[in-house]
Design a protein around this ligand. Sequence first.
Ligand code: NDP
Length: 478
Amino acid sequence: MPTFEYAPAPESSAIVDIRSSYGLFINGDFVDGRDGGFRKTVNPATEEVLAEVTEAGAEDVDAAVAAARAAFEGDWGRMRGADRAKYLYRLARIIQERARELAVLESLDNGKPIRESRDVDVPLVAAHFFYYAGWADKLAYAGLGTAPRPIGVAGQVIPWNFPLLMLAWKIAPALACGNTVVLKPAETTPLTALAFAEICRQAELPPGVVNIVTGAGETGRRLVEHPGIDKVAFTGSTEVGRAIAKAVAGTDKRLTLELGGKAANIVFDDAPLDQAVEGIVNGIFFNQGHVCCAGSRLLVQESILEPVLDRLKRRMALLRVGDPLDKNTDVGAINSAAQLERIRELSAAGEAEGADRWSAPCELPARGFWFAPTLFTGVSQAHRIAREEIFGPVLSVLTFRTPAEAVEKANNSPYGLSAGVWTEKGSRILAVADRLRAGVIWANTFNKFDPSSPFGGYKESGYGREGGRHGLEAYLAH
Ligand code: NDP
């Protein structure tokens, strides 16, 4: 059968207006940093500098926390839930109106394909604000006491893999519950958070309710350790999460941690194979595998290993890797040089420890940070690639013979964030899901998200839940 080449289908970047430099968003205004430091944010697909972003120092974090405190003790803290909801609805609608611009900006700064930023990230961002707007005047009916109160000022630190979506996961429930926030985006992906700051102004959100301080890990550390913060919410690596838990221990700050994962995606011999292969691909290659709940450990029943691998390799060879702004692109750029280095290092460890590496044949662009979709077979439980979070487009394939063995292997991880089960039998789904120690379990699908569904982990994947009614609990004193 003849195959046809795809014509380029680039999304125009003319819709975004990136300034050459950005200040901090404090008390409703963009202000200069007091320490005078800047960092550059680059497009990971081209290595071009997109903008200079202020690095918030100690005095800036003080100012942001003071603004959030004043707003909390002022009108926002006293506002009726129904009135707070109007602001959240307004934010959601403006996000929808500016959806294309936000999607392009996210793809430029993060490297993710426009297909994902346009069809997954940004619609989910708006959906989160709509969803939590609906809760703002119904908190007394959330099963968290009859008179739940906001906690106060939330310090929120987010990673670079879903920059705007993680912002929404943090800010929407905090505001719905009547808190104010100071949020620090990741150093490599600050631009959509700064665009959101403009949206807060457009929505006429009262000054100080949302403050955005950009900077590196040190700014994040200052924020979570600040004595004026009542609640810390963090998503990122287990290592930093551990440091934050130590810093918060012994204070009266509330803490939720959403950390790493090494999810098992379990395929039984009665699974519909073509669907399962799509689910495996979506599980690990969605967002370049920069996903805490990625299905990075494929557990295949031994009897179907060969047909699964054949189909999987055929499907992986069709993935289009390249320009994130091209609407045909499936796999975009790795977010940073540092992350690319980590993926390379762990992949090299996989080979050195004896696993077999296979990468999809694809031409990688000469500039930028790229890694071909890769799978490892002959992986044993002890290999680093089976234990550590690679956070890249790399799949480790293991086998099992019985359901008990599948569960044993799936649970043999310090993490417990998510898992997938592929089988035709409903009873098997329920029996296996019951025994998996994972916060989210998908059956015959993977990487499906909804604002009404709680998300969070067991063990070293963190504690607390985000999303759904459960997500309110982290932001309410009751
Ligand atoms: P980090 O955990 O370092 O980054 C997450 C956020 O925390 C960023 O905003 C970061 O700032 C900030 N931060 C860093 N140090 C501190 C600190 N001491 N106190 C407070 N905040 C801090 O993740 P990395 O970006 O370094 O990624 C490393 C690895 O972590 C990845 O390879 C991946 O395995 C894992 N990871 C997991 C994520 C998940 O969702 N589970 C998300 C991101 C990474 P800055 O960006 O400026 O350094």
